[in-house]
Design a protein around this ligand. Structure first.
Ligand code: GAP
Length: 458
C-alpha cells in the first residue's frame, strides 16, 4: 500500500503554524535551506535532547563532544572527501537544469509536459562529470588555494581526530563511544522534498570504538538499539525497515552498513533516516597516516596496542524531524461537527508546546486563574495561554500545533479550585484539582506511550 503524499500539506502547515520557513523567503528563498520557527525549534530541540539522553546521559560508555565546523583541510584529504565525496552531475544544455547522472530515472525535467530528463525532443544532456559536494571557503584575508577550508560535510571526522583526547581525558576503556550533534553542509545537486535533503542540516553521530574482531557483534547491537530509539519516538513500526547495503552501495570506508528507512509516503516512499556503519579502522588509520601522530589505543589489561574498529550511528536531526511530522499528521472527521480537524499527534515528550491553558470566558476571575496556572506550569513546560475565540477553535489551533493537553478553567474552577484537562488524541476530558495538573502532565510526558489519550496513564 502506498501511503499518501503529505509533504505539500506539511509545508503549508509548517509555515502557517511557525514550524519551518524557507530561508531568506523575502528575497525569493535560498535553495534547499530552511529556518525553524518557534514551534519547529522546540520540536527539533526535543528530538536532539532525546538522542543526547539516550546516547550520552543514560550510558556510562559514551562521551559527548562538540567539535568545530571548520577543521584542518588535511582532515578531508585523509577522510577521502576531497578526492571522493562527489556525485556524477549532468547538465541539460537546453533547459540549463542539473541532475545527478545516477538518479536520472527519479528526476523530472523542469519543462512541461512533465517528462524525465532527456525525454523532450530538444533535451541535450552533457557527459557526467564529478561534482564535489563540499562547500569551500577561505580562512584569513587572502583568497588563495593555501587558505582553502571546508564546511564539514559530516560531524564524524571531528570525533575521529579527537579520539585520543577524549579517551585520555575520560580514561574510558575500549569499547566506548563519542557522540556529537552539529551542523553539516553538503552542496547537494538535487536537494529537495522540504527538509528531507538540504544543503545545511544537523547530524547526530556516534562513533563506538571496539576491539577488532568484536566489531560485527557491536554492529548488530547498535543496529537494534537505534531501531528501538526510532520506535520510542512514536514512529509507526510498519513505516520503519532496515535496508542492507549491497557491495556496490557500500561507502569506501564501510565493511557493513544498514540504513534505517522510514516510509515518507507518496513517490518518496521508504528513504534513509539513519545509517549504521561498520567503518573498520579506516578513519583512524587514515588520520594516523596523514597526521603522523599515533592514534593507537593501549590496552593495559591485554598488554597490546591497536587501532580500534568503529561502529558508527549517523542520523539526521532534520530528517527525523520530518519523519516525525509525516508520521504525526492526521486529518480526521469529528463526530457531531461539520469541520474535521488537523492533528499533529506527536509523542507528548516531543510536542513543542505541552499544554494550552484556556479560560472559558473572559470574566468571573477565569482569566486571572488561568494566567496564574499558566505561569506556574511554564516553570516546568512550554505552555500557551489563549483566551481568544470559541473554546472549540482554541482546541483546534492546539491540535494543529500538536499540543497534547488543553486545560480549561470554567465557572466551577474558581469555586472548586479544579480544571478540565482535555486530551488531544481521544478528545477525552478529566477533571483534576489545580494543584494536581503539573503531576498529571508529568506522568504523561515521562510515559513511554506516544499518545495523549485520557485513559492511558492512571
Ligand atoms: N558519517 C556518515 C554519514 O554522514 P550519511 O549517510 O551521508 O552518513 C547520515 O548521512 C545521515 O545524515 C542520513 O541518514 C540523513 O539522515 C542525514 N543527511 C545526510 N545528508 C543529508 C542532507 N543533505 N539533508 C538532510 N539530512 C541529511
Amino acid at each position: 500500500m502506498t501511503r499518501p503524499d503529505v509533504l505539500d500539506t506539511l509545508v503549508s502547515l509548517a509555515k502557517r503554524r511557525g514550524f519551518i520557513f524557507q530561508s531568506s523567503e523575502i528575497y525569493g528563498g535560498t535553495g534547499s535551506v530552511w529556518d525553524y520557527g518557534p514551534l519547529g525549534v522546540e520540536l527539533k530541540h526535543n528530538v536532539k535532547a532525546r538522542w543526547w539522553n539516550a546516547m550520552v546521559r543514560e550510558r556510562d560508555d559514551v562521551e559527548g563532544l562538540d567539535a568545530a565546523i571548520l577543521m584542518h583541510p588535511r582532515v578531508w584529504e585523509a577522510s577521502g572527501h576531497v578526492s571522493g565525496f562527489s556525485d556524477p552531475l549532468v547538465d541539460c544544455k537546453a533547459c540549463k537544469a542539473r541532475f545527478r547522472a545516477d538518479k536520472l530515472g527519479d528526476a523530472a525535467c523542469p519543462r512541461k509536459p512533465s517528462k524525465k530528463p532527456g525525454e523532450h525532443a530538444d533535451c541535450e544532456l552533457t557527459e557526467p562529470r564529478q561534482f564535489n559536494l563540499m562547500f569551500k571557503t577561505f580562512m584569513g584575508p587572502v583568497e588563495e588555494s593555501a587558505s582553502v577550508v571546508y564546511l564539514r560535510p559530516e560531524t564524524a571526522q571531528g570525533i575521529f581526530v579527537n579520539f585520543l583526547n577524549v579517551q585520555q581525558a575520560t580514561r574510558q576503556k575500549v569499547p566506548f563511544g563519542i557522540a556529537q550533534i552539529g551542523k553539516a553542509f553538503r552542496n547537494e545537486i538535487t536537494p529537495g522534498n522540504f527538509i528531507f535533503r538540504t544543503r545545511e542540516f544537523e547530524q547526530m553521530e556516534m562513533q563506538y570504538f571496539v576491539e577488532p574482531g568484536t566489531d560485527m557483534e557491536w554492529f548488530e547491537r547498535w543496529k537494534e538499539a537505534r531501531l528501538q530509539w526510532h520506535l520510542g519516538l512514536g514512529l509507526d513500526r510498519d513505516r520503519l525497515q532496515f535496508h542492507q547495503h549491497t557491495d556496490t552501495e557500500l561507502a569506501h570506508y564501510a565493511r557493513a552498513a544498514f540504513d534505517i528507512n522510514f516510509d515518507f509516503g507518496g513517490t518518496l516512499g521508504f528513504q534513509e533516516i539513519e545509517g549504521v556503519h561498520n567503518r573498520s579502522d579506516f578513519d583512524l588509520r587514515q588520520h594516523q597516516a596523514f597526521s603522523s601522530k599515533k592514534l593507537e589505543y593501549v590496552d593495559q589489561v591485554q598488554n597490546k596496542r591497536y587501532l580500534p574498529y568503529v561502529i558508527e550511528t549517523s542520523v539526521g536531526a532534520d530528517r527525523v524531524t520530518l519523519a516525525i511530522l509525516v508520521n504525526a499528521l492526521r486529518e480526521e472527521a469529528v463526530e457531531g461537527e461539520q469541520e474535521g480537524r488537523t492533528v499533529l499527534g506527536f509523542h507528548p515528550a516531543l510536542a513543542p508546546i505541552k499544554a494550552g491553558v484556556f479560560p472559558l470566558t473572559k470574566k468571573d476571575g477565569q482569566p486571572e486563574m488561568a494566567e496564574r496556572l499558566a505561569a506556574a506550569l511554564r516553570k516546568r513546560f512550554p505552555v500557551f495561554y489563549d483566551e481568544a475565540g470559541a473554546i472549540g477553535r482554541r482546541y483546534r489551533r492546539q491540535d494543529e500545533a500538536g499540543t497534547p493537553f488543553g486545560i480549561t478553567i470554567d465557572g466551577d474552577s474558581t469555586a472548586n479550585d479544579d480544571v478540565t484537562i482535555r486530551f488531544r488524541d481521544d478528545m477525552g476530558q478529566i477533571r483534576v484539582a489545580t494543584s494536581q495538573v503539573a503531576e498529571v502532565l508529568t506522568r504523561y510526558l515521562e510515559a513511554d506511550h506516544p499518545r495523549a489519550d485520557s485513559r492511558l496513564v492512571g
